[in-house]
Structures are given as structure tokens and as C-alpha cells.
Design a protein around this ligand. Sequence first.
Ligand code: SF4
Length: 570
Amino acid sequence: MHRILRINLTERQAAIEPLPATYRSLGGRGLTARIISDEVPPTCDPLGTQNKLVFAAGLCAGTSVPNSGRLSVGAKSPLTGTIKESNAGGSVAQKIARLGFRAVIVEGAAKEPVTVKIDRDGIRFESAAALAGRGNYQVIELLKNECGPGVGIVSIGQAGEMRLKAAAISVTTPDFHVRVAARGGLGALMGAKGLKALVLDDAGCEAVPVADPERLKVAVQAFTRGVLSHPLIGGLKAFGTPILVNMMDAMGTIVTKNYSQGRFAGAEQISGEHMAEIVAQRPNAKPSHACMRGCVIQCSNIYTDPAGELVVAGIEYETVALMGSNCLIDDLDAIAAMNRACNDFGLDTMDVGGALAVAMEAGLLAWGDAAAAVQLVAEIGAGSERGRMIGNGVKHTGEALGVTRIPHVKGQCLSGYDPRGLKGTGVTYATATMGADHTCGNALPSPANPGYDPAASSGQAPVSQFLQRYFAAVDSLGICLFAMVPPLDMPELQQHLVACVAAIVGEELGSDYLLELGGAVVKVEKAFNDAAGFTSADDRLPDFFSTEALPETGQIFDVATDELDSVHAD
Ligand code: SF4
């Protein structure tokens, strides 16, 4: 796993390089950040040939560490103009690791759409003419039939080919469901490069080398046992991430009607609990599903229609909140249909959901009109003018329609947690190096931390700073964040994980390893953004969060700007 594969699409050439010594301790987001920082001019056109697309496996990928197969995709973002890392589950990161690579760097641009196939015998460039214009589901089916059931596929749909700013990158699971590196418009960059798909086949490859297998075995057992003992895990298995719907609604922090309310009258209808009831009644549906090998949590689900036909696997809280409560839509089947369309066209459901809500605020369609919303999402794939507008995300749509209340930071739509009641998350939205992104540090209350008040007006920056560094480390190891929530409440699990990493790399690591790693990653990202022209003025939430109180709780976002600026001060 000490090699980099560099693919030049302009020249149709590939080169295998040793991993530079300075990159040896890096994986996932840490590695994409360093490569982008070292090789991409910060002020370049994000869709130009100077930008590069980096696919990196985490440091733990391909080992027995549970939930460690997240694939990091890095670039300068076409959506935000900042540095970006977007990650997804699936089987591809584990295959990159087994093929002996830490990262695949894609440079240049192909004149015609191309598919790149990677296996232990080499790298092949093939015309993607037969795949061009097709959605991810067809592309995956065709490539699976052609290349066999053991491959992993990275692909874009029509949105990426159209270079829409909310375009995402699809990654297959071992059973060929779709997971998505959704945020930051990285699918648009893949489209600009003319790369329709990457196919990775690790057949015949050796296992990923581990320096101390016995130590890893002991540490993995302790880590896994601890994660599975946390009360959150049972809820995630039973109800998936939509278990958060009722929780956020009860707190008055579920995003509702374009972030104008904090409770949704239809919350029960779109809750994880109701979804579980639907799933229990439908043929071929499943309440839990693993998006990667080695997942011990299985928070995903398989959602089918009443006849048992697959709609989507799986539905996540963010999709439910942005396309449901935020649009006043209380119909899970309609949300699932939009989710499927977004997966097929290759789109971020959050930015599309945010765009639908601002379009409703502008009067383009009525609040809660599920049929009109489904139709508008279908138009994105067809490339209509309205569809392209929505597919360019919430900021573009809001500006095009003259809406002043646009819920974005640095061009990226906020997630499903209202920052007025969850102010630590609000600090993360404002100051994260890649635009509003809850996965950078979502500060939710926990029974294990009763002293933390998520609605307090001060003291949120240290919480956000800690979480931003912690999850930057998690993303660098390639571990799913749901496996890393229990260690926040049970710090001994962090040390079991550090022991896992130490066993893999064969070095002793200090007890501060995670925060030191994550802090260094955030610093590299921040320096890139500074060089790209971003300032503290960009680290702010839209004004309306400070001037419009949530009607149910009276809360506004009132964390001082000095406190926001302190996140990156040391
Ligand atoms: S917990 Fe969920 S997101 Fe994480 S690896 Fe498992 S199925 Fe994937």
C-alpha cells in the first residue's frame, strides 16, 4: 500500500510511483489534502485541467479494523472553490488498498468520455461512448456484467457529465448498491475530466500488509466490542440514520420550510420508526444493510416499492430532512423516489433538497407538493433549464430566483440540523474548511456529556474545533463516522483505535495521535483556502440565522464572530 497510481487522461498514460516519505503516515482525507495542496494551484479554475481528482484509501483500509473502507475523494471544489474531501462507503477503498495503492491521482482531461480499468495486471483506458449519457444504475449494471461481480465501480451520471455544481460521485457497495461521495460538486470535476467510470478489480491481490497482526487482532476486538456496546448502535441498526428525525424534531432543530421552522408537523411520517414499519411490510426491503465489508453497524437499509422493486439503498437522515421536512414533504415514497433519481443522475441530495426548498420559497412550486418536487428532480437528468438550475445547488438556485434566505456557507447547503438550536454545529458549518458540512463536526447532545448545552451562545468554538480535528483524523483513517461516535463518549475506545493504527504501521503512536493528525489536516486545508482568497468573512452563517428566531424556541444563532474566528486561531 506504499504506492500512488497517477493517471493522465490527456495523454492516456498511467504511472506507478512510490509513496513519498512525507506521505507515509497519511491516508484518506489527510492524503487528499496534502496532494491537492502540493499539486493544485489554489486559485485555479476548479473545472480546468490544473485541478486534480484524488481517490484515497484510509490508513486502515483493507485491514480488519471495522468500518474502515471509506473512500476519500479530494480536489478543489467546483461548488465552493475551497479544498474539498468528500467520502463514501462501498468496496472501492478496500480494493485500492489491496491493489497496493494509497491513492489514485487523476490529471488532465480526456477528449472523449473514458472508462479506466485497474487490476493487478495493469491500467487500461477504454472508450465510454456506450456509457455516456446514462445514469449510474445503468452504468453500474453494464460494467458489472462486463467485468464481473468482484469489481468496484466509481462513476458519474448525467449531472457530472453536465458539470452541474451539485454533481456527486457514485461508489458501489459489494452488492452493487450505490453509495455517494455527495458533497462539493466533485462529480462535475470528474465530468470535466471526461472520466465516466473507474473500475477496480483486486482479484488475485495479496492481503494488505500489517506490521503486527497479533496486536491488531487484540486491538480490533477491544475496539469492536466497545463500539457495539454503545446504545446508539442498536438504534442505527433498527431505524438507520432517520432515527434522528424524531430526535431533531423534539429538540426543535429539524430543518423545516427552508430553515424557517424547527419542528415539522409531518415528522412522524418521515421518521426512521415509520420507515421501519414500511420496510417490514414490503417484499425485498431490509431495515439494515452494510455498505462495505467489515461494517459491524449496518446503518443502511434497502427501501423497495410496494411490489418489492428496489427504490434505493439506503435512505439517510440528511436526505429525509432536506427533501422532506425542509420542503414540507411528509411522504417517504416521494423522498425515496427523489433519492433514487439523485443517485442515478449523480447528485447531492442535500444541495438538491435545499434548492427545492428555496424554489418553493420563490413560488416555483408549492410547499409540500411532492409530485411537483419529484418532477423537478427528474428534470435535472433531462437537462431542462429548471432542472439544471436545481442541479447547480441551493446557492445558484436561490440567486437565480431572487431568494434572499439561502442556507449555504461558501456555496454549500447546510445539513439537516438547524444551527440556531445546535450552535456548535453552526460553528462547524461556518468555519469548516469545505463549506457547510455536518460531517466535519456535528455537535449533538449526548447523555454521556450532560454538561454540554448545544444552544449556549458561547463556548461552542472549542467543541467545534475538537470535533473538526477529531473527524478529520477519522476521515484520514477511512473509518465510518458512526463507528467513531461511541469513542467520543468512551475515550478508551480512541486508544484501542490508536493501537490498531500502531499495529498496522508498526510505529508507536502517542495518546494525542488522533487530534494531532486531524489538527494537521485541517491546517493544510485552511492554508489552501487562504491562498485561494478565502478570509474570515467567509466563515459566517447567512444573516437570517442571526435575525430570524426559530418560532418554536425563540433561538437565534448568536455565537460571536470572535469566537468563530478562534476555531482556526491556533
Ligand atoms: S455504519 Fe452505515 S455508513 Fe457506516 S459503514 Fe456501516 S452501513 Fe456504511
